[in-house]
Structures are given as structure tokens and as C-alpha cells.
Design a protein around this ligand. Structure first.
Ligand SMILES: *[C@@H]1O[C@H](CO)[C@@H](O)[C@H](O)[C@H]1NC(C)=O
Ligand SMILES: *[C@@H]1O[C@H](CO)[C@@H](O)[C@H](O)[C@H]1NC(C)=O
Length: 288
């Protein structure tokens, strides 16, 4: 290689490195802006609070939070939920994190949910194993499991009838693991899901927009069962997305209950479900 060529090449490499550095800095600044638009300034106290309640300088972000900044600053694809909808869940996470957060659906918002629950457990359940591979290729430290559903959206009305006549679906008896008789119980979940008491449950999957899709009936029923079986203090927060659809609305009113609806934004409803032990028998019929 001629000396002249070498110099030209070096110059190119130098320019490239500088460009990369600039991009990196821009990404971090962009990320900071992104976060501050999602997280109002007053909310910083949450992100900055240390367990000892000391000054902000003691706060050290987790690696996944830093990764989230870079990821969203350099991605054109943003979470599907609207800011108002995300804020409803964020508001709860601020008080409950670090907590156990179960999310039906893996998507472009997954890294955000994980980052908003630092030091907690955030687990995603996803129907499509290929999609898990696609998403975790870029973000390997998300915790996602594939789930097979036993239902079809077209069976939604039949399944409600089935639930009313099947004792193993009844609110007094209902359980999930191995409950094959109750077709609404999700029986194919990883043990980790059954063995954990979930503080927050987000239902934004499986697909429920065509007749052959699994629909969210099983997820909604199972979230209600988990919430009622809670042994720990406090309520279970359940967030249901796409409540503009008939089946979501119908199942929410049957299992998550209007009286437990605590908040909403856009097409997201937020329920605070107390453990069944705390609800007196005379309170109502069915799950509500
Ligand atoms: C409802 O959610 C909003 C965020 O979108 C929050 O500001 C408000 O405090 C919440 N209301 C209740 C009653 O939790
Ligand atoms: C349930 O009842 C117990 C005992 O009465 C009480 O300490 C606890 O706060 C209640 N939990 C909820 C979510 O209401």
C-alpha cells in the first residue's frame, strides 16, 4: 500500500470514529430528553430515590436502564401504547417497584417496562416463539417465555357459558396449574409464573382481532384468578389494553369487575383487585 493511500485510509478511519462518537453522545442526550418527556421532572424522585432515601447523587442506574436509553434514542419504532396509557401503569410502578410484573405480550415496549421496574422481576409471555427470537436478538436480557393458548376468539361467548357451568372455573374453586377442565384457565405457563405472586399484570396479548386468534379470554380469567389468590399485602394491579373491543370489554366486566376499575386512559383500563380473602361472600355473584 502506498503511503498516500495509507494516509487517506487513516483519515477515513478517524472521521468514522469521530462520527461514531458523535452519534453515541447524541444518542445519550436524545435518550435523556426522551426519558424526561416520559417522566415528568417531579417524577424523577422515583428514578433517583435510593433505598436509603439519600440524595440523588447516590442513584446508580441499572445496566438495562442505560440500555433502554440508547435503544429508544436510536430506534424509529416506539411503544404501541400512548403516553397517557403508559403513564397509568408508570404511576403504579413508581409506588410498587421493585415488584413482580407479568406482561402478556412481548413488543417494542418490553425494554421500557423492564427498565421502569429496576431490581424487580418483569416477565413477558408471548404466543409466537419466532417473535421472541426476533426481539431478544436485539435485547437479550429480556425475560420472555412462549405460551400456547387453548382458545380461539370465535369461542368467546361459548367459553363464558362453559365457565358458568364448570365447577373448576368457579370463583371459589378456580386455580390455574393443571386445571384442564376449566378451558379458560391458562395451564401451559412456565412454573415460574404459577410460583410467583404478581403485583402488576399487563394484558396486551395474545392477538384478538380475528376469529382464529387465541383472544385474551384466558389471560383475563387467569389474571383474575391470580389476583384473588394473592396472599401478600395490598391489591393486584391489572392493566387491560384494547378495551375498545367487544370481547375485552365483556371479559373485563365479568372477571376484573367494574367496581375494581381504578383508572383508565385511551383504550387501557386499570383494575385494583383485592385478594378474595378480603371480600365478604355477600358481596356479589361470580367474580364481581
Ligand atoms: C390515573 O393515571 C394518571 C396517569 O395517566 C395519573 O396521573 C392519575 O393519578 C391516575 N389516577 C388514579 C386515580 O390513580
Ligand atoms: C385484607 O385484610 C387484611 C386484614 O383485615 C388487611 O390487613 C389488608 O390490608 C387487606 N388487604 C386489602 C388489599 O384490602
Amino acid at each position: 500500500m502506498k503511503k498516500e493511500d495509507q494516509t487517506v485510509k487513516n483519515r477515513h478511519m478517524y472521521a468514522e470514529k469521530r462520527w461514531l462518537l458523535a452519534l453515541g453522545i447524541a444518542a445519550m442526550i436524545g435518550g435523556a430528553f426522551l426519558i424526561s418527556s416520559v417522566v415528568r421532572i417531579s417524577d424523577y424522585s422515583f428514578l433517583l430515590a435510593s433505598s436509603r432515601g439519600g440524595p440523588a447523587v447516590e442513584y446508580s442506574p441499572t445496566p438495562i436502564q442505560l440500555q433502554a436509553i440508547i435503544h429508544y434514542a436510536t430506534s424509529r419504532i416506539v411503544p404501541q401504547q400512548k403516553l397517557g396509557e403508559i403513564s397509568v401503569t408508570f404511576e403504579v410502578l413508581k409506588n410498587r417497584s421493585p415488584c413482580n410484573f407479568l406482561v402478556f405480550g412481548l413488543g417494542h415496549d418490553s425494554l421500557m417496562w423492564t427498565a421502569l421496574n429496576p431490581h424487580g422481576t418483569t416477565l413477558f409471555l408471548e404466543e409466537d416463539p419466532k417473535w421472541i427470537q426476533t426481539v431478544t436478538k436485539d435485547v437479550p436480557n429480556l425475560r420472555a417465555h412462549a405460551v400456547q393458548y387453548r382458545t380461539k376468539l370465535s369461542q368467546a361467548d361459548d367459553l363464558l357459558k362453559h365457565y358458568r357451568s364448570e365447577p373448576d372455573c368457579s370463583p371459589e374453586k378456580a386455580y390455574l396449574r393443571g386445571n384442564t377442565k376449566c378451558r379458560l384457565a391458562l395451564t401451559g405457563l412456565p412454573d415460574k409464573v404459577y410460583d410467583t405472586e404478581w403485583d402488576l399484570i399487563m394484558i396486551d396479548a395474545p392477538r384478538g382481532y380475528f376469529a382464529e386468534a387465541p383472544g385474551r379470554m384466558g389471560a383475563i380469567f387467569s389474571a383474575a384468578v391470580m389476583a384473588r389468590n394473592r396472599k401478600g399485602p395490598g391489591v393486584t394491579h391489572v392493566f387491560l389494553h384494547d378495551v375498545d373491543r367487544r370481547v375485552e370489554k365483556l371479559y373485563a366486566e365479568e372477571f376484573l369487575c367494574k367496581k375494581y376499575k381504578a383508572n383508565s386512559s385511551g383504550i387501557l383500563w386499570h383494575f385494583e383487585i383485592p385478594p378474595a380473602a378480603n371480600v365478604s361472600q355477600a358481596d356479589g355473584v361470580g367474580f364481581c
